[in-house]
Design a protein around this ligand. Structure first.
Ligand code: SF4
Length: 242
């Protein structure tokens, strides 16, 4: 349990803390991006770091000492899977109390955690029970959807994201997800990520045209839809700090 990788985007005053709950997750997704690319995907795409390089887990004190020379305001907790890592809440508390950070958690939404968190980005994998089970290995679509509504009720900022996988999580499914988000609040920001296949994967990456098409479908229901895919160029340099 704890942080195993730190990146810093100076231009955004943003730190990413990658957490590892002993390599476990409460889901077991096909093509788990953090399993395939355990380091910051921006470094990986720029081929700036060795993804397989083993890193030791840092203590809270060590994390703070890596951050102390840096200028930052936002801290993003991500990895596999921050909500079930019991070092998350104390670390978020320490950062907030000592450095007045704005804390963001990227999560699959299956466990509800809000202490010391200012913003949450929830990955909505699927609405259709069968697709959700096939992808995550979990036979329970309701908990994530209920937690999504609960997060919104707390008043913290909520964002949603989904991975678009042609012929699996595609037009119909993304439309169902967009409709669900709109039923809660149509102004919730929604980002659609193009799937990144691994070698010999049974699924492929979407084309730019498919991404544009899916974006337009989601925009029928939501006011703030963006997409992320490998053709998008980075605006700010991401530096590996640990
Ligand atoms: S929820 Fe995220 S970390 Fe967990 S298995 Fe799925 S993709 Fe991986």
């Amino acid at each position: 349990m704890g942080v195993y990788h730190i990146t810093w985007t100076e231009g955004l005053k943003e730190i990413c803390l990658f957490m590892n709950s002993d390599g476990k997750c409460n889901f077991s997704c096909h093509g788990c991006v953090i399993e395939i690319y355990p380091l910051d995907i921006h470094l990986m795409l720029a081929e700036k770091s060795d993804a397989r390089k083993k890193r030791k887990i840092l203590s809270e004190k060590e994390v703070l000492s890596y951050l102390s020379p840096l200028s930052y305001e936002k801290v993003i907790f991500l990895g596999k899977e921050p909500s079930i890592d019991n070092t998350l809440v104390p670390l978020a508390k320490s950062l907030k109390e000592n450095f007045s950070t704005y804390n963001i958690m990227l999560t699959n939404g299956y466990k509800f955690v809000v202490q010391n968190i200012d913003e949450v980005c929830i990955s909505l994998k699927a609405i259709t029970k069968e697709k959700f089970k096939n992808w995550t290995g979990v036979d329970d679509t309701e908990t994530v959807l209920e937690n999504f509504k609960k997060y919104v009720k707390t008043g913290i900022k909520v964002r949603a994201e989904s991975v678009f996988i042609p012929n699996f999580i595609d037009d119909d499914e993304i439309e169902k997800i967009a409709k669900f988000i709109a039923s809660v609040d149509k102004n919730i920001p929604y980002r659609i990520d193009g799937y990144i296949p691994e070698r010999n994967d049974i699924f492929r990456a979407p084309t730019k045209e498919e991404i544009d098409e899916i974006e337009n479908i989601a925009k029928k229901y939501l006011n703030n839809v963006t997409t992320l895919h490998k053709e998008i160029k980075l605006k700010y340099e991401v530096k590996e700090m640990y």
